[in-house]
Design a protein around this ligand. Structure first.
Ligand SMILES: Nc1ncnc2c1ncn2[C@@H]1O[C@H](COP(=O)(O)OP(=O)(O)OP(=O)(O)O)[C@@H](O)[C@H]1O
Length: 276
């Protein structure tokens, strides 16, 4: 049965509970359920998930493998459909993909036949943004990701970290309402991963995009976020919302601080580990 409400218009006025929650929220997930049907039977991937991400928040989703982190992000992206429940971005019900959501995935998704600059410009061209503005936006984001010298290079000439920097620039160039990131740094070596964490935190502090970030890495989630949702193992549901009270300006030495270690212990104790 399809309970997911297919509406593009604003929410009904009588739905005062949702209205109240929406007042300052950017991504609002209400009673979300997801069941996958296959010949082998049904898999309940998500059960009654409720999430509220405020404007300009950096929120991470963590949980054991298979708990439904990617499923949740894909549904917020509109790439997968919920079995029931509601996803609202600003005041719009999500019924499919849209330019209001920028995505960065684990796998490198740049167009190999386009230069770095053309990859960044891709969405701007689609939206027929005037070419002068396209150039200005591209220049700005090449600077943000510190790849000005690679403007005319092709993806095959870049390292993994550089490719992910371009993917982030391409997503941000479209000024999305929210940035959805699914394990974007997990294919990178530890040093590059740490550099990328610093870069995305810096970008967030300057540009203040609303970010929903899926990761396996608890330290990464704490270092980057203002709030973490810990999901239970399958079917995924929210076990706890953990606020991350740490200094606003962060460098990697923060990971050795007493407060950081305390939060890491708390989040780690919430993750249900199972022997394989
Ligand atoms: N297309 C599909 N068909 C059937 N089951 C699926 C499908 N996609 C995901 N699942 C199941 O849904 C559950 C959640 O999967 P999902 O990939 O969202 O978890 P995850 O937390 O992102 O996992 P990981 O941390 O290992 O990447 C799992 O039990 C998975 O097997």
């Amino acid at each position: 049965m399809q309970l997911f409400r297919i509406r593009k218009s604003k929410l009904p006025e009588q739905n005062s509970h949702i209205e109240a929650n929406l007042a300052n929220s950017k991504i609002y997930v209400k009673d979300l359920n997801k069941v996958y049907h296959s010949v082998k039977g049904d898999t309940v991937a998500m059960k009654d998930v409720n999430i509220n991400i405020l404007e300009n928040e950096f929120v991470s989703i963590v949980g054991p493998s298979g708990c439904g982190k990617s499923t949740l992000l894909r549904m917020v992206a509109g790439l997968d459909v919920a079995t029931s429940g509601q996803i609202v971005i600003k005041d719009r019900n999500i019924i499919g993909p849209g330019a209001d959501r920028g995505m960065v995935f684990q796998a490198y998704t740049l167009f190999p036949w386009m230069t770095v600059a053309d990859n960044i410009k891709f969405g701007l061209k689609l939206r027929k943004i005037p070419s002068k503005e396209q150039e200005e936006i591209t220049d700005k984001y090449l600077k943000v990701i510190k790849l000005e010298k690679f403007r005319n290079s092709y993806p095959k000439e870049l390292s993994g970290g550089m490719k992910q920097r371009v993917a982030i620039a391409r997503a941000l160039a479209n000024s999305p309402e929210v940035l959805l990131m699914d394990e974007p740094f997990s294919a990178l070596d530890p040093q590059t991963r740490a550099d990328m964490q610093l870069l995305i935190r810096q970008i967030w502090q300057i540009e203040k995009p609303t970010i929903m970030f899926v990761t396996h890495d608890i330290e990464e989630a704490i270092f980057l976020s203002s709030k973490i949702y810990v999901l239970t193992s399958t079917p995924g549901t929210v076990k706890k919302e953990v606020p991350v009270i740490l200094p606003y300006n962060r460098d990697l030495s923060l990971k050795d601080s007493e407060r950081f270690i305390q939060i890491r212990k708390e989040v780690n104790s919430l993750i249900e580990h199972k022997s394989l």
